[in-house]
Design a protein around this ligand. Structure first.
Ligand code: AVJ
Length: 320
């Protein structure tokens, strides 16, 4: 279904609403226990993540924004005029605003997001701030293959900031590159933010901030299960645990049980032992070369990449 409102169009891909309950039960019956990271982002979780992005210890957001500010005019030249900019998981309005200001002769902006309400609200706001910009918002799961609406443009450029690619297992990241490639034509661009391997102390601090916001963000998933699934997690009996898994090259976030306990979720009972963990997130860190090799398997060539002075974070312009 497509609705036209001034220069704003909406397409609803009827995002398959995978059941929170089904996935939670599946993950908690596993050994070791896991929960999909996407469930961290209910309303409170999204608010807490926003707070994380402003923490002194959490370098990725601030560093990526500084890189974008630094290279935005160069990006405008690489992308060129009359392009369509397609953003995956369009949460971060600050980043897109930087690009929109630099890409003055952009034809259309296509934000894709699974959270329909949020997508529609932010598209309307953006349409208000950029009245001459054509916005075509697409509600859907961007990790699944989808056909883009017909875009009347000279060239397409995909945008995937924030190192969200780090949440994917390497094989999933490869599949995502294939999905993006299928939406593009030869010569089209892909601008992607990727967090880099670095001193483990910096990584550990970023996911174990002094104010405990990341802990609250992680443990919020227990509150969410209590509220939405009438589960009975004893919120006092768990703690946040985040560490760098060197062998796998990733930060891991877990929830550790402080005692042997039983949780009831609907009619199911789950036993969890003292010291047992629920794995809630992976955040893979890349070496520039490894990242380029992964991208090239799906046909992308690295045109140019930028990092900050301390080589904490990287931004890549790939071409198909
Ligand atoms: C939004 C997935 C990029 O992995 O750094 C922040 C999420 N988790 N602190 C990341 C997150 C803990 C973030 N990503």
């Amino acid at each position: 279904m497509t609705t036209v409102r001034h220069a704003i169009q909406f397409t609803d891909h009827g995002a398959v609403q995978s059941s929170f309950l089904t996935e939670v039960l599946k993950g908690l019956k596993r050994e070791p226990k896991t929960l999909p990271a996407k469930f961290l982002y209910d309303e409170r979780g999204s608010e807490l993540f926003e707070e994380i992005t402003n923490l002194t210890e959490y370098y990725p957001t601030r560093t990526e924004i500084a890189i974008l500010e630094r290279v935005k005019h160069e990006l405008a030249l690489l992308i060129g005029p009359e392009a369509a900019l397609i953003e995956f998981g369009s949460g971060s309005s600050r980043k897109i605003q930087i690009l929109l200001q630099a890409l003055k002769d952009l034809t259309v902006y296509v934000p894709i997001d699974i959270s329909k309400e949020f997508l529609y609200a932010s598209s309307l706001k953006l349409g208000h701030d950029y009245p001459s910009l054509h916005i075509h918002a697409v509600a859907g799961d961007y990790t699944a293959p989808m056909t883009l609406p017909e875009l009347n443009c000279r060239k397409k450029a995909a945008f995937f900031p924030g190192s969200t690619i780090g949440n994917f297992e390497p094989h999933e990241a490869g599949a995502f590159f294939d999905t993006v490639a299928a939406m593009l034509e030869k010569g089209d661009g892909f601008l992607i933010g990727v967090d880099l391997k670095k001193d483990i102390r910096i990584l550990n601090a970023a996911y174990n901030d002094a104010r405990g916001i990341t802990a609250e963000f992680n443990l919020n998933i227990l509150k969410r299960m209590n509220r939405e699934l009438s589960a009975d997690f004893d919120l006092e009996a768990y703690r946040h645990h985040a560490f760098y898994n060197e062998a796998k090259g990733r930060m891991e976030m877990h929830i550790i049980s402080q005692k042997d306990q039983k949780v009831t979720i609907q009619s199911e009972e789950i036993a969890i032992q003292k010291g047992e963990t629920i794995h809630t997130e992976n955040s893979y860190k890349y070496e520039v070369e490894d990242f380029h090799n992964l991208a090239s398997k799906s046909g992308f060539t690295a045109q140019k990449f930028w990092t900050d002075e301390k080589r904490l974070f990287s931004l890549h312009y790939l071409e198909l």
